[in-house]
Design a protein around this ligand. Structure first.
Ligand SMILES: N[C@@H](CCC(=O)N[C@@H](CS)C(=O)NCC(=O)O)C(=O)O
Length: 207
């Protein structure tokens, strides 16, 4: 199995973390994204979107980080990162979709305005966007915090949903995403970020 990866990408981070958590036998191949490595005919044959991550297992080519994680976790059901019980699995899917469709986009827009825009020479933050996305991200963080009351992990046991959610928050300090009013979420993100697999994935090492 091969993961086509770039260490800067939060979408790749969540896949590396799941690979390390599972101890899966996956070769991690770094792709030179700025140098056009995702736009070659060979790469586009694997992922026609020209983005990382992409994943290959024999005749299976996959894109979309959450789908890759669902596949990897399903190969090792004993670890229960993507439970076989359909009700438990539905809850994992619920939070993975919620991160992809709601939390991820709002927090990414906020991180772009507050952190990445100037770094990429794209100008000053747009304060209207910052205000709107801060409001939206805070509203969603309150939902996450409520759901984490009395539990260590979002779906009960550690799952691929925790890795999807956590990848949202890698720039939280610089982006001013404040966990102060959300103690359940604050304890959860510390718990997740202290895992060896997460640390290895963030450092880009361990392979
Ligand atoms: N929904 C996709 C997003 C993939 C994505 O946006 N990848 C970015 C890096 S984080 C990328 O490859 N950007 C380079 C480009 O668009 O050319 C996933 O979760 O895998």
């Amino acid at each position: 199995m091969k993961l086509y990866n770039a260490n800067f990408s939060p979408n790749c981070l969540r896949v590396r973390a799941v690979i390390f958590e599972l101890g899966a036998d996956v070769e991690i191949v770094d792709v030179d994204v700025p140098g056009g490595g995702t736009k070659t005919p060979e790469y586009l044959a694997i992922n026609p979107n020209g983005k990382v991550p992409a994943f290959v297992d024999g005749d299976l080519n996959l894109f979309e980080s959450r789908a890759i994680n669902a596949y990897l976790a399903s190969l090792d059901p004993a670890r229960r990162l993507y439970p076989e019980d359909l009700k438990k699995r539905a809850v994992v899917d619920q939070w993975s979709y919620w991160q992809a469709i709601h939390l991820g986009p709002s927090s990414q827009k906020l991180a772009f305005e507050k952190v990445l825009k100037e770094r990429f020479g794209r100008g000053k933050p747009d304060e209207d966007v910052v205000a709107a996305e801060t409001k939206e991200t805070t509203k969603l963080l309150a939902v996450l915090d409520g759901a984490l009351a009395g539990r260590d992990w979002i779906a009960g046991d550690l799952s691929i949903a925790d890795f999807a959610l956590a990848s949202t928050f890698t720039l939280r300090h610089e982006a001013g995403i404040d966990f102060g009013a959300f103690p359940n979420a604050a304890a959860w993100i510390e718990r997740l970020e202290s895992r060896d697999a997460w640390r290895r994935a963030v450092s880009g090492q361990g392979r």
